[in-house]
Design a protein around this ligand. Structure first.
Ligand code: BJW
Length: 244
């Protein structure tokens, strides 16, 4: 393996069929002003995970869960929240390599799309979307939501829920993600703690499929030892260095 890891991707980029799968987590959006999950003693804005990010929590106190997501949706829409240099670098990478770059994000924000990435898979859902539990359709919204909202798609008085994959639920697009990982030449994981499955298992799958695996994170993650290369530092610095 070359000593200068940063030049590795640059040289591989010249290969015609290079396929790069990028997994992102909360760390890539931290410098845009969106808090990560586990930097706060397991509390999200003073709410426990069980209260706000499980189907049981939603059933027990839907009002709290709607409020929690309404606040986060409004935060995402505020003018101060913008893509940072790490998002921009990934957008540039896709501009250069087209569909050979896919971003699989655990994040529910839209900062990859706002930076310019088109090939983005949201495996944990999206803040700017609600879901009809009956038809499973996702509906874009920038508005606050609550239990009185009627479902437009199936025209029944069915309360729409946040379009978020909570603990105990199956993440979205797993078949597509597995296909991409199977074909990957390089798997890059950015800004994720490696605490939450199935995403935490992607490095092991990518390794077994023969991909070159790289971790870019502020600090060593839980799965750090499984990566062939690791570069630690703030995403806004190390991601542009790595991909450009
Ligand atoms: C920086 C930085 C900077 C900071 N620059 N870096 C026991 C064993 C194994 C699994 C399980 C188990 N018990 C239960 C499970 C399953 C469970 C799970 O994994 N639990 C663990 C806690 C153990 N998983 C599930 O339930 C999932 N579903 C599932 O497994 O279904 C079964 C199935 C799967 C596949 C096929 C068929 C069936 C669903 C998981 C849903 C996760 N949802 C959440 C909540 C979304 C709600 C919301 O946003 O409101 O998604 S949890 C939360 O964690 C969120 C995130 O996407 C996810 C990952 O967090 P992430 O992104 O890694 O953030 P952090 O905060 O943890 O880390 C940030 C990192 O950035 C840190 O390392 C920092 O150092 C770094 N950083 N600043 C670079 N500037």
């Amino acid at each position: 393996m070359p000593a200068n890891k940063i030049s590795t991707i640059a040289s591989l980029k010249n290969k015609k069929a290079l396929k790069i799968v990028v997994l992102t987590g909360a760390g890539i959006s931290a410098e845009s002003g969106i808090k990560t999950f586990r930097d706060n003693n397991g509390l999200w804005e003073n709410h426990s995970v069980e209260e706000v990010a499980t189907p049981e929590g939603f059933a027990a106190n839907p009002g709290l869960v709607y409020r929690f997501y309404n606040e986060r949706r409004q935060q995402l829409l505020s003018p101060s929240i913008k893509p940072n240099e790490a998002h921009n670098a990934l957008a540039k990478l896709e501009q250069g390599l087209g569909n050979n770059v896919v971003v699989v994000t655990q994040n529910v924000d839209n900062l990859h799309e706002r930076a310019g990435n088109k090939n983005v898979i949201h495996m944990h859902g999206e803040l700017l979307s609600v879901k009809c539990p009956q038809s499973n359709k996702s509906i874009y919204t920038e508005s606050n939501t609550d239990a009185t909202m009627l479902c437009e798609c199936c025209k029944t008085p069915n309360s729409l829920r946040p379009d978020i994959v909570w603990f105990g639920e199956v993440p979205y697009h797993m078949d597509r993600i597995e296909q991409h990982l199977y074909q990957a030449d390089i798997f890059v994981s950015i800004g994720t703690s490696g605490n939450v499955y199935p995403a935490a298992g992607f490095v092991s799958f990518a390794n077994s499929c023969g991909a070159h695996t790289v971790e870019l994170n502020l600090e060593p993650s839980e799965t750090e030892s499984q990566f062939e290369e690791k570069i630690h530092g703030p995403a806004s610095v190390i991601v542009p260095q790595f991909v450009e």
